[in-house]
Design a protein around this ligand. Structure first.
Ligand code: ASP
Length: 347
């Protein structure tokens, strides 16, 4: 099924659903669902990180008993390497049985709707569904249709909450902070720049909703085509959300940064866009020269996939300051805690 077809189908459903807000109140959904960063309070985030550390300290044998006998479905309508694999390995390490359904090679290709696919998975014993979908709001729809806890593994340009949590844990560890106890001042004095294609990035949205609430100063950096002024409203209305700033000059942003988070240009969402890639690279690529000159100590992050030579130079991605592989590893450990939370298990 094409991305467009999948989008149209879910949007039809969303239009007929009682609430069109993709981040609608979580109380409508099974407890344990994680649909958007805004549903988590700082105390919720602290609980997830505390459980992450607790699960990490267990032996492999102890961990394998935590979700033994439980069934988790992964439902992916968009490509994924890190998110899918880490959720799957996290579930398996906790002893759960997993099943993967992707839009290729399933009845989705024959036109089965998201709702019917979800109900089928539930009938087969799935107790939670991890969903990636090109349409914003698809996880809310699925959660409502099935009554199961749903973990949003990325929905369109909306949210990628588990990525924000793994980014947070990576930042805490890299900055030598306690990764088990966070509060509203944990990131006081820390400046994080998020750079590049902010407009299309669900990662940027989730990070921008999380990091300021823990005290971080977040600079958004990119050309106006990829970073409209209204990005400043991200997180507005969330209790305790800090302010965001826009800094269009990359070197100036870098000079202030403790952490720099580079983003891929999302070509799959660029339809109708006329972006001069040469100019983008000149102004916004994180090259070794730029990093050495402006931020020789900053932690370099990227949610992946990285496009070497475009938003980031290969030598920076492979260099000492890069925490990119650590982010991937943190994805596995943080997602364990999200699965445990989804299934309501106390550890
Ligand atoms: N992997 C991230 C996402 O799924 C970032 C990206 O694709 O560029 O949103």
């Amino acid at each position: 099924m094409t991305e467009l077809a999948a989008t149209t189908k879910v949007e039809e459903c969303l239009l007929s659903a009682p609430s069109e807000n993709p981040s609608a109140r979580v109380s409508e959904y099974a407890e344990g669902s994680l649909l958007s960063m805004e549903q988590l309070s700082v105390a919720d985030v602290a609980g997830i990180l505390a459980n992450t550390s607790h699960l990490e300290r267990m032996t492999a044998a102890e961990r394998a008993r935590v979700l033994a006998g439980r069934t988790i479905a992964l439902l992916f309508y968009e490509s994924s390497t890190r998110t899918r694999t880490s959720f799957e390995l996290a579930a398996k390490s906790l002893g759960a049985t997993t099943t993967l359904v992707s839009d290729k090679s399933s009845s989705i290709e024959k036109g089965e709707s998201l709702k019917d696919t979800g109900l089928t998975l539930r009938a087969l014993g799935a107790e939670a569904i991890i969903l990636r979908h090109p349409a914003s709001g698809a996880p809310s729809l699925l959660a409502r249709a099935t009554g199961l806890p749903v973990l949003n593994a990325g929905d369109g340009m909306h949210q990628h909450p588990s990525q924000a949590l793994l980014d947070l844990r990576t930042i805490l560890l890299r900055l030598g902070k306690d990764a088990s106890t966070v509060h509203a001042k944990t990131l006081d004095g820390v400046t994080v720049s998020i750079v590049g294609d902010i407009l299309h990035s669900r990662v940027a949205r989730s990070d921008a909703m999380l990091l300021p609430r823990l005290g971080a100063r977040v600079l958004l950096c990119g050309p106006v085509e990829l970073l409209p002024e209204d990005a400043l409203g991200l997180g507005a209305g969330i209790e305790g959300s800090g302010s965001l700033e826009i800094e269009r000059d990359f070197d100036r942003a870098l000079r202030q940064s403790d952490v720099v988070m580079m983003l891929r240009i999302q070509k799959e969402r660029l339809a109708g866009f006329d972006l001069d890639l040469g100019e983008f690279v000149a102004r916004y690529q994180l090259s070794m020269e730029r990093l050495a000159a402006c931020a020789p100590k900053a932690v370099v992050m990227h949610p992946g996939p990285i496009i070497r030579g475009l938003e980031i130079a290969g030598e920076v991605a492979d260099g000492q300051q890069s925490a990119i592989e650590e982010q991937v590893a943190q994805g596995l450990v943080v997602r364990r805690a999200l699965l445990v939370r989804a299934l309501g298990v106390t550890v």
